[in-house]
Structures are given as structure tokens and as C-alpha cells.
Design a protein around this ligand. Structure first.
Ligand SMILES: Nc1ncnc2c1ncn2[C@@H]1O[C@H](COP(=O)(O)OS(=O)(=O)O)[C@@H](OP(=O)(O)O)[C@H]1O
Length: 406
């Protein structure tokens, strides 16, 4: 057979050769681009990828936010960070965080989860399928890279029950430099014997510059709590969310009523003797609201400057304003602003446009913002009269007029 002539010579052989060169070239280009991209990320330039953290929150999971591993978040906050912090946040992958009791709790569900559904829900307003956000469990990229460590909290929301403590913590968690335990640890009132190592182990891992926080509203009325927290660290910053003590008492009662509908009326529980008008100060719903008395105990152990009093009312009417004060107090950049909130008319409360680790709007669950029962006006007035002197004392002690009496 004659060898192929020049015209139709080796067309079939020449083509595969150029294709294979082209394929090799493509492959090299891809590897080059990938390497460039990895290098780009490591060079702290990952703004285009994600928001404050690459991760998820239980709230996100629950609300149908992106699934595990999905990158969420926005760019604006990120731009405010120092580049070193950004790199660390990028490495701090937070996987789905689950509702769970603090390790080793031997109390019942009620003990650790007294406030019921301490969560943000993103379903229909008030869907209340609550979950809480405990610390990131082991297995995170951060853990693999040995990034971060568990620290005792530098700031604690110590009260008051029904003051708006969950709202404050959930709003604060939006801040990239705040990491918090979702559940109430109740360490300084119920589990102190378990020791500080146990307590620290409940905390989420943090990186340099991040603040570890927790909230347990019952600390404010626990006699032993001030000395115990001071023994942990006398530099601990304390935040108290206070609310008109009369509304707070009704809110407290409403919570109990929702669990035990057969309890006596608010009116009958308020008085030791209704005819004499003697208020029953041993009823916790009443006692918790005597803020000045509780505060005295704290002032034996902490200077007033180390405590911040947040108005529960303003936390609803002007969340960004109160969050501004809190961020200043914690020495944080003012990253949480009015841009983070919207008022949800159905819920009747401010909600987050985007909760931590989610890109969807989030309101607190249905156990926050319950409808209060109608209380006899005369009883309400009696309570107002009862609380007035304590409120005035509290205004003096804190240097703030919360406006409950005028
Ligand atoms: N944004 C937002 N959304 C929903 N609810 C809000 C919000 N801000 C403050 N509040 C008020 O928080 C009250 C519950 O307070 P706490 O979270 O401190 O309760 S608890 O002690 O942890 O059970 C809760 O009390 P109730 O209205 O009586 O249910 C709310 O009034």
C-alpha cells in the first residue's frame, strides 16, 4: 500500500495531537486558576465568598436557610473587619449547631431550657419550632486546624427574666466578634459545684479578639452569683436588661400560665391579703422586679461602671440604639446598626433581616411576645405604687431614668 500523499497525508493523526495539547493546556490553566484562587483566599481576600462566618446556625437550619456547608452572609460587615480577623473567621467553619442541653446537666428539660424556645425562627412568624444554638460541636474545620479555644465568658447577660435577654443575645450574635452559648448554662446558680472547667467546656471556641458570652437571667436574683462571678474574674462585664417591673411580672406570670393553665389568677397571687392590699413579695414574679434590692448585692462585688443596664422597652422601640450602647460597652466596633433590623408587623417586634449564619429574616419564636392576660386595673395600679420607690432608687443607682413611673 502506497504511503499517504501530502494532501490527505496525516490529517487524522495531526488533529488528536493538537487536541491533546489543548486539553493539557486547559488542565494546566485550571490548576493555575485553582492555585491562584487558593492563594487569593489565604491572602485574606475572600470577601466575595462569604459573610462574617462561613457556617450555619441552628436557626438557619430550622428556618430553611442554606444547608450544611453553604456559604452565607454579606459583604458590608466584612469590609469593616481587620484582614487578620477575616482570615480567622474564614477558617472558623461552624457546622449546624444543634439544640442541646449543656453537658452534664442533671436537671430536667425545664432546668436548662426554662425559657422554652430560645431561638430565632424563620418560618411563619411565631412558628416557634424552637431550637437553640449551643456552641459549635467538635468536628469543625476550626477544630481540625486547632483554631481558637474555649474561654470563660468575658461578658454575661445576668438578667432580668422576661426583660428581653434572648432578643439581646440573638441580636449580639450577629456581631462577628461575639460568640455565645445558645442555652442558658445556669452555672452560677445551679451548677456551680461542677466547676469552672465544666463551665468553660460549654463555651464555643473563640479566636483572638472574639468575646465569649452567655445569658442566664436568673443570675441577677441569685445571692451567690455576684461573688461567684467575681471569683471567676472581677473584670467580667455584666449586662442587665430591665423592663417595667409590672409588665415583667405579668410576662412572667403569662409564661407560667402557658405551662400550667390551672394556676390561680395573677390578681390573687399578687396579694398576701387583698383586702389589706399587702403585696406578696415572696412571689418570684413580684420579687424579681425589685431591681434596686438585687442590684445592691452586685455592687458589693462589681463597680457600677462594669455593669450595663439595657432598657427592655427601648430594645423593642429602638433595637439599634440599644445595641449601639452594648457594643460600646463591650468594646466592639459598632457593626450592628439599624440596617440589621426591620419591624415585623405580624409579630409586633423588631426582627433581624439576617440572623447569624443565615440570609433570611428572623424573628424570635412564639414564646417571645406572648399576649398577656388582661389584669385588673386596680391591681396594676397597686403594683405601680408598690414598685415606684424601688424604681426611683434604681434610677438613682444606675443614673438612668427608665421612664416606668411617668
Ligand atoms: N425582638 C423581640 N422579639 C420578641 N420578643 C422581644 C423582642 N425584644 C424584646 N422582647 C421581649 O422579650 C421578652 C422575653 O424576655 P426574655 O427573653 O428575657 O425571657 S426569658 O427570661 O429568657 O424567658 C418578651 O416578653 P413577652 O412579650 O412578655 O413574651 C418580649 O416582650
Amino acid at each position: 500500500m502506497a504511503p499517504p500523499g501530502p494532501a490527505g497525508a496525516h490529517p487524522a493523526a495531526a488533529e488528536p495531537l493538537s487536541r491533546s495539547i489543548f486539553r493539557k493546556f486547559l488542565l494546566m490553566l485550571c490548576s493555575l486558576l485553582t492555585s491562584l484562587y487558593v492563594f487569593y483566599c489565604l491572602a485574606e481576600r475572600c470577601q466575595t465568598l462569604s459573610g462574617p462566618v462561613v457556617g450555619l446556625s441552628a436557626a438557619g437550619e430550622e428556618a430553611g436557610a442554606p444547608g450544611p456547608g453553604v456559604l452565607v452572609g454579606g459583604r458590608t460587615e466584612l469590609a469593616l473587619w481587620s484582614s487578620a480577623t477575616q482570615r480567622k473567621r474564614f477558617l472558623q467553619l461552624r457546622p449546624g449547631q444543634r439544640r442541646r442541653r449543656p453537658a452534664g446537666r442533671d436537671g430536667g428539660e425545664e432546668a436548662a431550657w426554662e425559657e422554652e424556645t430560645p431561638s430565632l425562627t424563620g418560618g411563619p412568624v411565631g412558628s416557634g419550632a424552637g431550637s437553640s444554638v449551643a456552641e459549635a460541636p467538635p468536628g469543625t474545620l476550626a477544630l481540625l486546624l486547632d483554631e481558637g479555644s474555649k474561654q470563660l465568658p468575658q461578658a454575661i447577660i445576668i438578667g432580668v427574666k422576661k426583660g428581653g435577654t434572648r432578643a439581646l443575645l440573638e441580636f449580639l450574635r450577629v456581631h462577628p466578634d461575639v460568640r455565645a452559648v445558645g442555652a442558658e448554662p445556669h452555672f452560677f446558680d445551679r451548677s456551680y459545684d461542677k466547676g469552672l472547667a465544666w463551665y468553660r467546656d460549654l463555651m464555643p471556641r473563640t479566636l483572638d479578639g472574639q468575646i465569649t458570652m452567655e445569658k442566664t437571667p436568673s443570675y441577677f436574683v441569685t445571692r451567690e452569683a455576684p461573688a461567684r462571678i467575681s471569683a471567676m474574674s472581677k473584670d467580667t462585664k455584666l449586662i442587665v436588661v430591665v423592663r417595667d417591673p409590672v409588665t415583667r411580672a405579668i410576662s412572667d406570670y403569662t409564661q407560667t400560665l402557658s405551662k400550667r393553665p390551672d394556676i390561680p389568677t395573677f390578681e390573687s397571687l399578687t396579694f398576701k391579703n387583698r383586702t389589706t392590699g399587702l403585696i406578696d413579695t415572696s412571689w418570684s414574679a413580684i420579687q424579681i422586679g425589685i431591681y434596686a434590692k438585687h442590684l445592691e448585692h452586685w455592687l458589693h462585688h462589681f463597680p457600677i461602671g462594669q455593669m450595663l443596664f439595657v432598657s427592655g422597652e427601648r430594645l423593642i422601640s429602638d433595637p439599634a440604639g440599644e445595641l449601639g450602647r452594648v457594643q460600646d460597652f463591650l468594646g466592639l466596633k459598632r457593626i450592628i446598626t439599624d440596617k440589621h433590623f426591620y419591624f415585623n408587623k405580624t409579630k409586633g417586634f423588631p426582627c433581624l433581616k439576617k440572623a447569624e449564619g443565615s440570609s433570611k429574616p428572623h424573628c424570635l419564636g412564639k414564646t417571645k411576645g406572648r399576649t398577656h392576660p388582661e389584669i385588673d386595673r386596680e391591681v396594676v395600679q397597686r403594683l405601680r405604687d408598690f414598685y415606684r420607690p424601688f424604681n426611683l432608687k434604681f434610677y438613682q443607682m444606675t443614673g438612668q431614668d427608665f421612664g416606668w413611673d411617668g
